[in-house]
Design a protein around this ligand. Sequence first.
Ligand SMILES: [Fe+2]
Length: 82
Amino acid sequence: MEIEASMVYVRNAFLMKDCVPSRLTEAIAIDEMRHMNWLGDLIVKKGGVLVMEHKELDFGSEDLKGYLQKQYDLENDAVKRY
Ligand SMILES: [Fe+2]
């Protein structure tokens, strides 16, 4: 999920014009990469082996409304999980 989250935020940062929200989205992507690194470090320290696989990413439909709805749903799902 950390891999998926970082990829979604990187994509969203690229899609936005260069502005404060796009830079904030890029910073969130970097945070997600840090989470991935911390989790990987814990897994290795526990004797595990890292697997860099993720499910196929679903960004929603190509139209703006469908895309934004998908991002909204992803954020809400993440809030519920945590
Ligand atoms: Fe995360």
